[in-house]
Design a protein around this ligand. Structure first.
Ligand code: DC
Length: 222
């Protein structure tokens, strides 16, 4: 039985930054499940398939194969064998991933892949349904959140540092819409598992969150 740590939470709470750091410190493999939903979304966008066309999405799913590989410890998502890491990290793909992850046909294949990854190695896996659906027996479950204003400010700082012009109110609105969709869908909605520890990062920096998570993991191991 491998050690599994599940981290769930809303968009922009810092899950991937924190999970990556924690995985490196603890010697676990980091599995970013959002990237898998993004790869599916990228396929739909590239093939002109609308997010509300369930029949076309179901048909397209027959032609989609998602797998992952690691290069220098970094997860790479392969869409039908092609590395799509460079094209899935933008708002358009993120919103499409949120809109199309509501369909069971999209989720089933990915949940199977995620469980296989967790069976063969110690993983820190982040997403929306890891503690509730994918790994209900994970050794440690953490629900990482932050206020929408703080999440919007972090995203705004990240984008402006890259020279991208943006409006913080638009970013916050987008975050609230995405939260609403992810938390209110019928299948595997985002919610805190009953046995998950709640961690609010609104007033913590990255190192503060990593340290708090290490404490939670130590306490769970006792
Ligand atoms: O974490 P992220 O922003 O890369 O995820 C993109 C979208 O994918 C998210 O808004 C909802 C969906 N998702 C999901 O439904 N289940 C997961 N385990 C991970 C992501």
């Amino acid at each position: 039985m491998k050690n599994n740590i599940a981290i769930d939470g809303p968009a922009g709470a810092g899950k991937s930054t924190i999970a990556k750091k924690l995985a490196a410190d603890l010697g676990y493999v980091y599995v970013d499940t959002g990237a898998m939903y993004r790869a599916f979304a990228y396929y739909f966008l590239s093939n002109g398939i609308a997010s509300d066309d369930e029949a076309a999405i179901a048909k397209a799913c027959e032609n989609v194969d998602i797998s992952i590989a690691y290069v220098n410890g970094e997860q790479q998502v392969l869409l039908n064998g092609e590395n799509v890491n460079g094209v899935i990290r933008n708002e358009e793909v993120g919103n499409m991933a949120s809109a199309t992850s509501i369909y069971p046909v999209v989720r089933t294949k990915l949940v199977e892949l995620q469980r296989k990854l967790a069976e063969k190695q110690d993983v820190i896996m982040d997403g929306r349904d890891i503690g509730t659906v994918v790994l209900p027996n994970a050794n440690v479950k953490i629900y990482l959140t932050a206020s929408s204003a703080v999440r919007a400010k972090r995203r705004y700082d990240e984008l402006t540092a890259k020279g991208v012009e943006c409006d913080i109110n638009e970013i916050e609105k987008d975050i609230i819409d995405r939260d609403h969709r992810d938390m209110n869908r019928e299948v595997s909605p985002l919610k805190q598992a009953e046995d998950a520890v709640l961690l609010d990062s609104s007033d913590l920096d990255i190192n503060g969150v990593v340290e708090r998570m290490k404490e939670i993991i130590r306490e769970a191991g006792k």
